[in-house]
Ligand binder design. Structure first.
Ligand code: SF4
Length: 344
């Protein structure tokens, strides 16, 4: 047993000596065998931290995410507090377009670097577009807008671009189709639609639990790269209030930091920001430099407005970045790019 451990440590030490450009999928998988608090763990953290600080110029970014609605979602993701069958919410709730606009204006005034608009998967697309148009008209034309909605097709991707979105957050979640009621192919089709559009992809390995294997995590790290993610990330699973995942243990910050560091080294210079969700300190010294401020309904929260619950304010998010030694970026992010002339 001891010999096996020594062999593994030597192997991972060797992998860590490689430049990130030479890492293979097998290397990414093997790095996950590194145990917390070993010399290899700190070697890994150090390397990813250095890479991020050099490449991103010691700067950190805060994106503001606005949740729009609470409604039992038919996709029944077992990690979500809005999922039909598991939701603790007894009433539907939806922000008015004006409330969304007000929140977006406030986020901009509070200095977020991009705005994400999030709904449950079955939210009517046309209604979403109408809200987004209003938001776009009321925030700086230079502040990127990112869609976080259910699956969509190529035509809808184009509609998002025309409405003034620069990016889309979309993910094939860990155990998609097992822990969710979504056919994984549907997620892939949407990722393809994003890749074939002018939208920049924000990807994430999520929601990570203690049961997920190195193979599963590696697959999602590489899927983000395959679909040209400009912003990769890792998120832990916050156990929901009800349902089969409610009694699970959240992974530790240290374990999240390890996955962040491996994702960071693997993605190398293919990304322009590395996110950690939810905002936590240790991952921010392990290669992450981007976090979220959040308001409105949220799948990880049981509060109607997450800014009164788990969500950070932009100020709190910036303080956390500073604590980890990242200079908060001032003004709009350059991660999500303006390729199309904004409709005025
Ligand atoms: S995570 Fe999204 S798709 Fe899944 S149940 Fe919640 S709102 Fe629906």
């Amino acid at each position: 047993m001891k010999n096996q451990k020594t062999k593994n440590n030597t192997e991972t030490s060797k992998i860590l000596q490689k430049p990130p450009t030479q890492l293979t999928e097998q290397d990414t998988e093997k790095l996950q065998n590194i145990e917390i608090n070993t010399p290899e763990y700190y070697q890994l953290i150090n390397k990813a931290n250095q890479l991020t600080r050099n490449q991103f110029n010691n700067q950190g970014e805060v994106y503001g995410q606005i949740g729009i609605n609470i409604k039992p979602c038919p996709e029944k993701c077992q990690f979500c507090n809005l999922a039909e069958d598991y939701t603790p919410f007894t009433e539907n709730h939806e922000l008015t377009p004006n409330q969304v606009v007000k929140k977006a204006i406030k986020f901009e005034q509070q200095g977020v670097n991009a705005i994400f608009l999030m709904t449950t998967a079955d939210y009517p697309f046309q209604k979403y577009i109408e809200i987004a148009e209003k938001v776009r008209q009321n925030i700086s034309p230079k502040l990127p807008l990112v869609a976080n909605i259910g699956d969509f097709n190529q035509k809808q991707a184009q509609k998002l671009v025309e409405t003034g979105f620069q990016g889309a957050y979309h993910v094939h979640r860990l155990r998609e189709g097992e822990d969710t009621d979504i056919n994984p192919q549907k997620r892939i089709k949407t990722l393809k639609a994003i890749k074939n559009s002018e939208l920049d992809l924000s990807y994430c390995v999520e929601p990570i639990g203690n049961e997920h294997t190195p193979q599963e995590i590696t697959k999602e790290i590489y899927r983000g790269i395959e679909y040209n993610a400009v912003n990769h990330a890792c998120m832990w699973r916050q156990p929901p209030k009800k349902g089969p995942k409610s009694n699970t243990q959240r992974i530790t910050q240290q374990k999240l930091a390890k996955t962040i560091a491996i994702t960071r080294l693997t993605t190398n210079n293919t990304i322009d920001a590395m996110g950690v969700h939810e905002p936590t300190l240790i991952p921010l010294i392990a290669g992450a430099n981007q976090i979220y401020a959040e308001t409105g309904p949220n799948p990880r929260d049981t509060q109607k407005d997450t800014s009164k619950g788990r969500g950070y304010t932009p100020k709190q998010a910036r303080q956390l970045l500073k604590k980890a030694g990242h200079k908060p970026l001032k003004g709009p992010t350059k991660v999500f790019k303006f390729k199309q002339k904004i409709k005025t």
